[in-house]
Design a protein around this ligand. Structure first.
Ligand code: C5P
Ligand code: ZN
Length: 503
């Protein structure tokens, strides 16, 4: 098998030019051609990432394999470590497909798998770190074509283009790729880059439609006043956080919050009421940054039944995250593939996930309060300093949930934009999981590359990091936690000063 990625990496710019798209599609085409040559008697070893994008990627590839009558064996992993690479290498499979991971661990896959005569396909969108081409490895990643991948395409998107290159029949999987993109926070008042092309495919296949509406969670399932009360991503001053204020707000707009004895859902409103509500909400948000941002595209999965939370692609992505992070990856993948039993179980898992988030936040808030009570005299689980917060949850938060906690803290607007949020939690086998985020929207991409920063810090304690500009993660040995934290404080303090001088 020839390595398809031995080409020069194009200069990476924000714009996705037709030339870059062509270069990416050529990579995809060559990978599909190479994969088509694999004997159908082979069982393909599939490895994917446990977040929503990783599960969506796996669902797209599995459906494609089933359509081709191929056998597969799947593993979902929180990260691809050297131990896992060694375990995979010891297995008897000869063909391996990695989705939504692999690029950051290219060296490991080259050494342990390709180096042992295994054939490797990587369908990923994470940033490259060092090597990206080797004999025996077919590598598809938008960065190889000079395409930035934090908004333009997800791991599921790369998997989708690969599937589509194998057969155009697979365009009916485009909506799954978009769920992955949404899970990776790539949707920002619409899709851009290659995701836009996937959106067109999904619309043409009739699996998804985009409507303009209020971009709030729970509109399919929760009473309208509850949806407004819980609107924290888009703050509605005077309404968010108060049930009675939310009910009053709806009434003041001339809309009855109840129909008979039951609370109305957004989907129960007529067109005229919807316009009144949308206008009212935007007016109430005046004074906020972009008050109209609460209105925008809402993606409806047409195959899901009316009234099901799964009908909203954003909620589907949350549900997949829940399944992945709570050890029910196969349930999430089954839900993507339309299995009704899996969908029911996935919905139950979503409930558990919300409880996990709540208990992680409770621990965080309690610890933050204790911090201010005890002063500097003892070792702290939360370190607050100028421009940096370090949360070491140890065993108090699941390692698979620490990224979610870091994201919530970063978005909470309790810290000035530009504050680094570094969080740690214990993972199995004496490892510690690290998640790294930055407070304040939109400034990340321009000012910092979190993946590069974390890679440098983790390297000082022999840890392994990866990710994107705006969200990075790492795995380190638990015994190195203190050293890692000391190094992070030193490195990030220097970094902030440097940034301030150059700003
Ligand atoms: O796990 P978390 O949400 O913090 O991960 C943020 C990003 O960093 C994800 O894209 C994930 O794939 C990546 N990551 C990585 N290597 C790790 C941990 C996370 O590439 N060891
Ligand atoms: Zn991804």
């Amino acid at each position: 098998m020839e390595a398809v990625s031995g080409k020069k990496v194009l200069n990476e710019e924000a714009d996705v030019t037709p030339e870059k798209i062509e270069a990416f599609k050529l990579l995809v085409k060559e990978a599909a051609a190479a994969f088509s040559l694999v004997d159908k008697a082979e069982t393909i070893r599939l490895v994917s990432h446990l977040d929503a994008d990783g599960l969506s990627s796996a669902a797209v590839v599995i459906k494609t394999f089933l359509r081709e009558n191929r056998k597969y064996c799947l593993s979902i992993v929180p990260q691809l470590t050297e131990e896992i690479a060694l375990e995979l290498a010891a297995e008897s499979y000869s063909h391996y497909v990695f989705t939504d991971l692999g690029t950051g661990q290219f060296g490991l896959l080259k050494k342990h798998l390709a180096g042992n005569g295994k054939k490797v396909f990587i369908l990923d969108h994470h940033h490259m770190q060092g090597e990206s081409a080797a004999e025996g490895v077919v590598h598809v990643n938008p960065h190889l074509a000079g395409i930035e991948s934090s908004r333009e395409i997800s791991g599921a998107g790369v998997s989708y283009f690969f599937s589509k290159a194998l057969s155009v029949k697979n365009t009916d999987l485009a909506h799954i790729a978009l769920i992955g993109a949404i899970g990776d926070m790539q949707e920002d008042n619409g899709f851009s880059g290659l995701n836009k092309e996937i959106l067109l495919d999904a619309k043409a296949a009739g699996t998804l439609k985009a409507i303009t509406g209020l971009r709030l969670f729970g509109v399919q399932t929760k009473p309208l006043h509850k949806v407004l009360e819980y609107s924290s991503e888009f703050l509605i001053p005077g309404v968010t956080g108060s049930e009675s204020a939310a009910i009053q707000f709806i009434q003041q707009l001339g809309i009855s919050p109840k129909s008979g004895s039951s609370w109305k859902k957004l989907t129960d409103l007529n067109d005229e009421e919807l316009v009144r509500l949308a206008t009212g909400v935007v007016l109430q948000r005046i004074g906020q940054q972009s008050p109209e941002a609460i209105i925008g595209p809402v993606y409806i999965l047409k195959q899901e039944v009316d009234g099901s939370p799964l009908r909203d692609a954003r909620e589907f992505a949350t549900l997949l995250n829940a399944c992945g992070r709570l050890g029910k990856a196969s349930v999430g993948i089954g839900a993507c593939l339309g299995d009704t039993k899996c969908k029911d179980e996935a919905l139950r898992t979503l409930g558990d996930y919300k409880q996990q988030i709540a208990s992680s936040l409770t621990w965080y808030e309690k610890t933050l309060k204790q911090n201010s009570m005890f002063g500097n005299s003892q070792k702290k689980s939360i370190i607050l300093e100028n421009g940096l917060i370090i949360i070491n949850a140890e065993d108090n938060v699941l390692s698979t949930m620490i990224g979610t906690l870091a994201s919530i803290v970063a978005k909470s607007s309790n810290f000035p934009p530009g504050t680094f949020v570094l969080s740690l939690a214990r993972a199995p086998d004496n490892f510690t999981k690290v998640s790294f985020r930055l407070a304040g929207e939109k400034m990340v991409k321009a000012d910092f590359n979190l993946m590069e920063l974390l890679t440098a810090i983790a390297a000082t304690v022999g840890g392994q990091a990866g990710g994107h500009h705006e969200a990075a993660g790492a795995i380190i040995k638990t015994e190195k936690e203190d050293e890692f934290i000391t190094e992070a404080r030193r490195y990030l303090a220097a970094r902030r000063i440097e940034e301030k001088v150059t700003l």
